[in-house]
Design a protein around this ligand. Sequence first.
Ligand SMILES: C[S@@+](CC[C@H](N)C(=O)[O-])C[C@H]1O[C@@H](n2cnc3c(N)ncnc32)[C@H](O)[C@@H]1O
Length: 238
Amino acid sequence: MKTYSLHPESIRNLFDNVAPTYDFLNHLLSLGRDFYWRRRAVQELNGLGGRILDMATGTGDVAIEIIRQDGYRKKVFGLDFSQPMIQRARQKVLEKHLSQTITLSLGDALSLPFRDNTFDASLMAFGLRNIVKKEQALSEMVRVLKNDGRVIILEFTFPRKGWMRRLYPIYFQRVLPRVGGFISGDRGAYSYLPESVFHFPSAENYERILKNVGLAQVRSQSLTGGVASIISGIKRSR
Ligand SMILES: C[S@@+](CC[C@H](N)C(=O)[O-])C[C@H]1O[C@@H](n2cnc3c(N)ncnc32)[C@H](O)[C@@H]1O
């Protein structure tokens, strides 16, 4: 079994390897909730128009959801460092005839190929926990954002109470690695996922990092009993 660690090369390898089955497994293993989580995160844009950055776009589902919700006022830029993931995104964008509104590029979240004050909002769904230098990635998101622009993070979090808290470890440690490993052929990749969530568990942690990079009005909301959370903040001029 391949083993993966929280190191950029290792993370890139992981996503290169799981890219062909990523979408199918996402929908299966989240029992279809991932559609709802992304929809809710994109709703946080609150009708904001202009240019939107989708960091760690993967196979492009957030970028596509942005256009689906209110496309005619937006231009979306998706960026990811895994060639096979972005290739899948490109196929989907072409199939949906969205090439005019969604631009996809290969790049590193730690050093964005965009000028300061370019975007009206930047989102990142299920990407931050895979990045070691979280503050650097968030600082880059803030740098390329215009004043009053919004940062929106969607991430897995560890449920704090209720039956989800009891069910979560069983599902994540026993069911998910087996099913994910069987279908993707990469058991290591789907063993890494629960570890990454257990090591970085709470929405409060994410809130603290967003505040550390200077964002204002930082808040979070939990989804599906706390399995996932949306954490957001606003860039204010200093
Ligand atoms: C779990 S996937 C999420 C993809 C997509 N946002 C979604 O909602 O399905 C995480 C993505 O983050 C990307 N990623 C991780 N670290 C990155 C980095 N430093 N720069 C760019 N992309 C990165 C991976 O290649 C992968 O496609």
